[in-house]
Design a protein around this ligand. Sequence first.
Ligand code: GLY
Length: 323
Amino acid sequence: MLNRKQFLKTGLLGTIPLSGLGFSGKKKHVGSKPVVIATWFTALRANEAAWEILGNGGYALDAVEAGVMVEENDPKNMSVGYGGRPDREGNVSLDACIMDERGECGAVVFLQNYKNPISVARKVMEETPHIMLAGKGAQQFAKEQGFEEMDLLTPEAKKAWENWLKTSEYKPVVNIENHDTIGMLALDADGRLCGACTTSGAAWKMHGRVGDSPIIGAGLFVDPEAGGACATGLGEEVVKTAGSALIVEMMRQGHSPEEACKIAVDRIISRNKKAGKSLKNTQVGYLALNKDGAFGAYSIQKGFNYAVYNEDGNRRLDSGFRV
Ligand code: GLY
């Protein structure tokens, strides 16, 4: 396990030029490594699993996979993995994607009967010539890779669905049904930045619906030259604005992680304003981690929080918000 002294303060050279500008003329936003950040404070446990790897000098890709699997395996988390709320027909379908420090990626969409879509997504990245497998093809691939098939609908999720059927109203509640995804970004001691994103999607979605979480550039994006970003919340809004790709591009242009997340939130707000649509019942929260280990978050509504583990320990932070 690394001790405090062994932590590498990064970007120190970048602080030397007057005015804090690097050689490129861009402002440096300096953090430390290793570091892991994940959506929602419930990810404190997921961070512990990721830190087991990062704190021992391990690989960020292994860390994000192990981290988000904690939530996929937990039936009490009803928005990710086993025990996730089903679609309106009672089927649990999972979406996930993963990206490594080279910008390589893998994803699965509409995966049924396998509780760890993140590991299947990693196999897609590592074992196939493709980046995404869907539905029956994803299931077949998971089986071929030796993953265990199982029923993902727990008695609690079934009961919640039966209750929902009494009204069958599709009205996601901000920070509850919208509290739907774990996105995780990690920078390891060797400077490798990787990310993972996994979800059972919006509760009571239409059969076959896929949101932002498995879409590279929407739910997750990593560019080794700039940083990584991930999203939680109503996936349709994230996809329409290519949220995570936008954030990474803003960091490349010199914005801090928080500023970049705010720009992406503002993009959703201005797009909806022009379309005359209200965002009263919509939550989207973004996290960003730059290549120097600085991090930030921003959301549309109050109530989005996240978990960070770095040299200062594992802790909950609340994000800034727009309305
Ligand atoms: N953010 C997860 C989803 O909308 O499916």
